[in-house]
Design a protein around this ligand. Structure first.
Ligand SMILES: Nc1ncnc2c1ncn2[C@@H]1O[C@H](COP(=O)(O)OP(=O)(O)OP(=O)(O)O)[C@@H](O)[C@H]1O
Ligand SMILES: [Mg+2]
Length: 253
């Protein structure tokens, strides 16, 4: 039986100033899974995410998210969809002028009519999920890089989005902080049933958390499949990417 799809990208194409970035991108993501988008710098990974978020108009092809074709959306529908997606960027930018608690509360204040005491409870709970309860009253400048990322993750999930998009969330973290961030992401997947689409180059993260890999090259998907299939793939780019892992590690998977 074919797996249910929560994201469907079909023949997506995009060019900027006459320069072709995506020529024909087709892949699916399935509910409750972590899908990793891989590919060399500048190949268009973030561009694919921005299309899924509705930040770029679709020039060619189709995208369905949560069963709906987003190219047909009105601005209002687009806004509604956007609220169902959490976004966690590379630099995780929190606003420096506000406490961590207020930063995490921001989406709830902007998009809901919940009373302040309830918002506070939700924020505490979400900070708890990322092990940052103690940082509620602190300012971003008082946190370490790893803590800032976890705070940004708490903000990304504060509205309980069914979909979470992460663009290089682990960039700049030491291996131990990276592992704890991965474990948090796995918890979100398992406890909250989130579907996660992530761009990352961290092989260790991929082995820990990925269900599916989509490899982009020259504007196309050159590989789409499980981690296990990726590790034994004949596709040159995929082979090269995973060449850093030894045979023993592969056997453990
Ligand atoms: N709005 C835009 N206007 C002009 N060019 C753009 C725009 N968005 C993306 N591009 C171009 O598309 C190409 C792919 O960019 P993108 O950020 O998607 O790459 P990436 O795969 O995420 O790279 P990296 O791994 O370095 O983050 C780049 O050449 C970029 O300049
Ligand atoms: Mg990018």
């Amino acid at each position: 039986m074919e797996k249910e799809k929560i994201i469907e990208v079909k023949n997506l194409g995009a060019s900027f100033d006459g320069f072709n970035v995506l020529s024909d991108v087709t892949f699916n993501a399935h509910p409750g899974e972590v899908t990793i988008i891989l590919g060399s710098s500048g190949c268009g990974k973030s561009t694919v995410l921005r299309h899924l978020l509705g930040l770029y108009p679709i020039q060619k092809g189709h995208i369905s998210v949560l069963g709906k074709d987003i190219s047909q959306f009105t601005e209002q529908e687009q806004k509604q969809l956007y609220l169902q997606m959490g976004v966690f960027y590379q630099n995780g930018a929190l606003l420096n002028s506000m406490t961590v608690g207020d930063n995490v509360a921001l989406p709830l204040k902007q998009h809901t009519f919940l009373p302040d005491n309830l918002i506070e409870d939700i924020v505490f709970m979400k900070l708890g999920l990322v092990n940052l309860e103690d940082a509620y009253h602190r300012y971003p400048s008082e946190l370490s890089g790893g803590m800032l990322k976890r705070a940004a993750l708490a903000r990304a999930i504060v509205m309980d989005p069914p979909l979470l998009f992460c663009d290089e969330p682990g960039a700049g973290l030491d291996p131990i902080s990276l592992e704890s961030l991965d474990n948090l992401i796995l918890n979100l997947k398992e406890q909250l049933g989130m579907t996660i689409l992530m761009v990352t180059h961290e092989v260790s993260s991929i082995l820990r958390i990925a269900n599916k890999i989509v490899y982009l090259d020259h504007g196309q998907v050159v590989f789409e499949g499980s981690v296990r299939d990726a590790l034994s793939s004949d596709v040159e780019q995929v082979k090269q990417f995973f060449s850093v892992i030894n045979e023993g590690q592969k056997l453990n998977l």
